[in-house]
Design a protein around this ligand. Structure first.
Ligand SMILES: Cc1ncc(C[n+]2csc(CCOP(=O)(O)OP(=O)(O)O)c2C)c(N)n1
Ligand code: SF4
Length: 291
């Protein structure tokens, strides 16, 4: 069903009301990201029957259950693998993956680099809250150094991944990052990713208020979102904030956009050529018993 994209965006048009109340903690950044995604889908006029959302396990992964579309809640770390099969078999669908930093970069890291390399048309929305939220707050590949988690009680001493740099290095043709603090900008970035004719990797700097925030004494949910202006994040706010940036501050916006052959198109072309060659062979179509 297509919701009239000229009408004002109402998030309730895209949610499964029977799934309410949702399970997110108050102030969780993942809810803001979900709203931005649905807003972008609305503006692009994507038919809900033609939208397929695949997600892994985690608080981020749980989001697909709330979307009123074709949704697949699959095994931990594997949403890109499922989405790859789906997008290849059904090029008429808009395939979106929602994944967490643990789901996408730890157990699912291998799938991510190959999805970037392959350039199949799908959008991967990675919600980075620097922690394994759902399982109680273990360290993740994006946890900043010195941060406290349940598995780094003395502070994390592993260097963290720059997920966008990783995706770009692996060949992703669209890479972007945004904070949840600025919802219209986040919506615009996701919209550009959805419209991109290849693999789009969008990192959302989200917040796990309840577990990561509490453990690191980062204040209330609102304070955590405001901190995105001055803490880990934001080239977007570089000119507007006088607080010094931490050394690992990350650029935001569209970071990579290149044109490369789309894998699904190339694959279908090769398969069609193979069918023509097979049909042209003299023995083609003969029954085994004819020989
Ligand atoms: C194969 C497998 N290993 C481990 C788990 C346990 N597990 C569930 S969610 C999760 C981490 C989720 O973290 P992340 O992807 O960052 O999402 P968040 O909850 O922070 O949004 C883990 C380790 C699992 N369900 N399956
Ligand atoms: S545990 Fe963290 S990531 Fe999960 S819903 Fe609560 S605030 Fe969000």
């Amino acid at each position: 069903m297509i919701v009239d994209s000229a009408a004002a965006f109402d998030v309730r048009d895209y949610l499964r009301k029977e799934m309410m109340p949702h399970f997110l903690c108050p102030g969780c950044g993942h809810g803001i990201a979900l709203r931005a995604l649905l807003w972008a889908i609305h503006e692009l006029g994507i038919d809900k029957d033609k939208l397929a959302v695949v997600s892994g396990i985690g608080c981020a992964g749980r989001l697909s259950a709330y979307i009123d579309a074709n949704t697949f809640h699959v095994s931990h770390g594997r949403p890109l693998a499922y989405a790859t099969g789906l997008a290849l078999a059904r090029p008429d669908l808009h395939v979106v993956v929602i994944t967490g930093d643990g789901d996408c970069l730890a157990i699912g890291g291998n799938h991510l680099i190959h999805a970037c390399r392959r350039n199949l048309k799908l959008t991967c929305l990675m919600l980075n809250n620097e922690v394994y939220g759902m399982t109680g707050g273990q360290v993740s590949p994006t946890t900043s150094e010195t941060r406290l988690t349940t598995t780094t009680p003395l502070g994390n001493s592993e260097p963290n991944f720059d997920a966008c740099a990783l995706a770009a290095a692996a060949g992703a043709s669209f890479v972007g990052r945004e904070v949840t603090h600025h919802v219209p900008k986040l919506k615009e970035l996701i919209r550009s990713g959805l419209a991109h004719p290849g693999f789009a990797f969008v990192e959302v700097l989200s917040d796990c208020t309840e577990i990561f925030g509490r453990k690191n004494e980062l204040g209330s949910s609102a304070e955590m979102v405001l901190r995105q202006k001055s803490d880990l994040r934001p080239s977007a706010y570089r000119d507007t904030v006088d607080t010094p940036f931490r050394s690992n501050d990350l650029p935001t916006g569209v970071l990579t956009k290149t044109e490369r052959p789309e894998y699904g198109t190339a694959y279908r072309k090769a398969a069609a050529a193979q069918r023509v060659n097979t049909a042209a062979r003299p023995s083609a179509g003969a029954n085994k018993g004819d020989a």
